[in-house]
Design a protein around this ligand. Sequence first.
Ligand code: MN
Length: 353
Amino acid sequence: MTETKPGSDQPAFSRIVTHDDLDGVVCAALASLAKGIEVFLFTGPGSILDTGLGIGPHTIVCDLPHHPEAGLWFDHHAGNLEDYRLKGGDPAAIRGAFSPEKSCARVVYNYFAGSVSFPDFLLDTVEETDVIDSFDYRDIQEWQRETPGKAIADTLRGTFPSFRERTAYLRHLIRRIRAAPLSEVAGEPEVRQRTAAYRETAEKNRVLIERIGTFLPGDAAREIVLLDTTGMKHDPALIKSLAFLSFPEAEAVLEVRSLFRQKRKTNDLGFSLSLSPRLEVQASSRDVGDIMRTLNIGDGHRGAGAGRVSCASKAAMLKTKDEMLQRILTLWQGQSRPSAVSGSGSSGRGAAD
Ligand SMILES: [Mn+2]
């Protein structure tokens, strides 16, 4: 969409702040190869303004919302560009690049490809990152098929004993992804063990989802699996996409959960909605991100979106929850029916992360 060319008049870069998912890691691998950087910090979209990240003119920010101080910004989330515009940002003046690609890794790759000769295997890495980050699967079978990129992405969905350990692992992955094809990285003992641990958690999740999965009374066609975990004492950290294994006919999954702060449950609510991999998203008129924006509680892509609402009390939370679920269903039903897939076609879609 817009970009500035890498040039010699740019400042030296010494730090990369990136999203703490596979796409963010691949972005950091590419940008660090291009600019010779060894300092990596990780965060999520909600924490980009944390001063602890030390974002300044020598920082490259990847796969995250715009930061006014950053030296270079790379991103592919339409909502983040919109946000940048609303804050008075000029898309033509972006230092770095924004383009609505399937992954931010693709944006970074394209930006540097003309001036840096990346090892050949990194193009395959970017291709697999495209699929994973945009949830680009034709059907549930394709989504479930094991690939090296998915095995690595799964390790990041698992739990870590501490933030520090997770960060150390993310840094390790960046260095490995720079140096070897994903298949080699996925075969490393530490990665294999983390993949296996995640998959065990996933199996427990599947059982829980089967127990709590339900549909709103107004959803007679059973289109949206509802997972309401607000009654739980602890954050179950649900992998909600697993709902489609138990409810293969559903078109979307909607999770409503209580938000936790320092492991303490609050009255604030988190909503997230994702389309089933069996929907042909590009061909359908579904737009989950639009639902979140219309409700003014969050953002997302066509295939997945999330939002949050603060509530002053438990009673207010319960009331807000019912109202919001109903409004989501109404907006969903107002979007005309998507075409269910029978086999072929692309289904580009973005996860909310
Ligand atoms: Mn991304």
